[in-house]
Design a protein around this ligand. Structure first.
Ligand code: S3P
Length: 167
């Protein structure tokens, strides 16, 4: 079976929902950020700080090329992965793409104590989130399925995805 990719902005619950979904579907779960941290032997924040965002995007792209050769995995993608049309095309070709959505207000609430998201480490995270959400919408909207996570638990989001996959 093809992979299931969870995409969407930071703080939309891709990791939590992905783990539950993988357990329910009896599939293995992979977290792209974790795999990059392992292969680069450092944290995402350090990669951004020392080598820059462009280097990180290259790591993501190479990893996606490897993962797209596999099947059956539930994969939580970094929030910016799909925001490159070649990546978006490969995601859609090699699996089902699920976009987890949340409002800017909820994303601010969920990410405000988090230290390991370098893109949100700005003077005005709310403004940054709104700007990035607007820029990224044309990419996120290419997903096969969209789930609004604002008012539901990770378990409920996973259940909704399973329903959609059956339809
Ligand atoms: C990013 C999201 C992060 C991580 C990196 C860049 C983004 O992943 O890949 O900090 O560009 O949205 P999460 O969405 O898992 O936080």
């Amino acid at each position: 079976m093809e992979n299931i990719y969870l995409v969407g902005f930071m703080g939309t619950g891709k990791s939590d929902v992905g783990k539950i979904l993988a357990r329910s579907l009896e599939r293995d779960f992979l977290e792209m950020d974790e795999l990059i941290e392992k292969s680069e032997k450092t944290t995402i924040s350090q990669i951004f700080a020392e080598k820059g965002e462009a280097y990180f995007r290259t790591c993501e792209k190479k990893l996606l090329a490897e993962l797209a050769q596999k099947s059956d995995f539930v994969i939580s993608c970094g929030g910016g992965l799909i925001c490159n049309q070649e990546n978006a095309d490969l995601l859609k070709k090699s699996g089902k793409v699920i976009n987890l959505k949340a409002s800017a207000k909820e994303i601010v609430r969920r990410t405000k104590h988090c230290k390991n998201r370098p893109l949100l480490n700005t003077l005005n995270p709310t403004k940054t989130i709104n700007k990035l959400l607007a820029e990224r919408e044309p990419f996120y909207s290419q997903a096969h399925i969209a789930i609004d996570t604002d008012k539901i638990t990770a378990q409920a989001a996973a259940n909704l995805i399973i329903q959609h996959l059956r339809d």
